[in-house]
Design a protein around this ligand. Structure first.
Ligand code: PEP
Length: 250
C-alpha cells in the first residue's frame, strides 16, 4: 500500500493574512477527508515559520516550494535546506516547471537541491513533465525518463526511498486542461517502470502524484488509477473547500 497524498502548491499567492485564513479554513475542514490521506500545504517562504506549528498540530504537512542549491554562504536572497529544516518544514517541492522555465533550473542544479534537501531530512516532491510541443511530438516518455535519470536515478537507494515524484505535464499546469485519467495513468506507469529499472521493487513504494489543473471534478477519476497516488494542486489549493474536495477524491 502506497501513501495517498494531496499537496497544495500556493505558488506566489496570499499575503500573510490571507494565508492565515486559508490555513485556518483547511484545518477546520480536514476532518471531512476520510481514510489515510496525507495533506501537505506549500505556502510562500515568508509564511512557513508561523504556519509550521498550527499545521503540525492539525496533522498537516508543511512544504517549501524551493530551496537553495548550496549549503550556505554568499548567495543573496536564497533559502537553504538547513534553514527550512530548522523551522520544522518537512517537505520541499523541487523541479517545478516554473522554476525550470523562469529561473533556469537545470537537472544538475536540481540534483544538488535534491541532495541537500535529503541531507537535511526534507522530503523532496520532485516534479517532472513534458511541454505541449513535446507531448504533440509524442516525446512525453523520453522527457520524463531524461528528467528522472538525471536526478532521481542518481540517488543512493536509501535516499530514493524518501522521494515523492509529481508528474506535471506543463501543458496542463494552470491552463484548466487536465490530462485525462488515461493519459496520466499511462505516464505514471511508465515513470514507475523507469524507477524500477534502477531501484527494483522500491519503485512500487514511491508515491507518484499527478499535477496539472486537478480539481474537485477531475480528482476522483485520476486518483482511481492504479499508479496515481494523489495530487499536487495549484489553483484549487487556494480555497479550503476546493482543496479539501480534491482530497476527498480518493
Ligand atoms: C502546479 O503548479 O503544481 C499545479 C499543478 O498548478 P494547477 O493545479 O493550477 O494547474
Amino acid at each position: 500500500m502506497r501513501k495517498k497524498i494531496v499537496a497544495g502548491n500556493w505558488k506566489m499567492n496570499t499575503t500573510y493574512e490571507e494565508g492565515e485564513k486559508l490555513v485556518q479554513g483547511i484545518i477546520e475542514k480536514k476532518s471531512e477527508v476520510k481514510g489515510d490521506v496525507t495533506l501537505i500545504v506549500a505556502p510562500p517562504f515568508t509564511h512557513l515559520c508561523c504556519f509550521a506549528e498550527p499545521l503540525g498540530k492539525a496533522g498537516i504537512g508543511i512544504s517549501a516550494q524551493n530551496c537553495a542549491s548550496h549549503e550556505s554562504g554568499a548567495y543573496t536572497g536564497e533559502v537553504s535546506a538547513a534553514m527550512l529544516a530548522s523551522i520544522d518544514v518537512h517537505y520541499c517541492i523541487l523541479g517545478h516547471s516554473e522554476r525550470r522555465e523562469y529561473y533556469g533550473e537545470t537537472n544538475n542544479i536540481l540534483l544538488e537541491k535534491v541532495k541537500l534537501a535529503l541531507k537535511h531530512n526534507l522530503t523532496p516532491i520532485f516534479c517532472i513533465g513534458e511541454k505541449l510541443g513535446e507531448r504533440e511530438a509524442g516525446k512525453q516518455f523520453d522527457v520524463v525518463k531524461g528528467q528522472l535519470q538525471a536526478v532521481v536515478c542518481q540517488l543512493p537507494a536509501a535516499d530514493f526511498e524518501k522521494i515523492i515524484v509529481a508528474y506535471e505535464p506543463v501543458w496542463a499546469i494552470g491552463t484548466g486542461k487536465t490530462a485525462t485519467a488515461a493519459q496520466a495513468q499511462e505516464v505514471h506507469a511508465y515513470i514507475r517502470k523507469v524507477l524500477a529499472d534502477t531501484f527494483g521493487d522500491a519503485a512500487n513504494r514511491t508515491p507518484i502524484l499527478y499535477g496539472g489543473s486537478c480539481n474537485p471534478t477531475t480528482a476522483p477519476e485520476l486518483f482511481g488509477q492504479p499508479d496515481i497516488d494523489g495530487g499536487l494542486i495549484g489553483g484549487a489549493s487556494l480555497k479550503p473547500a476546493d482543496f479539501i474536495s480534491v482530497a476527498k477524491g480518493f
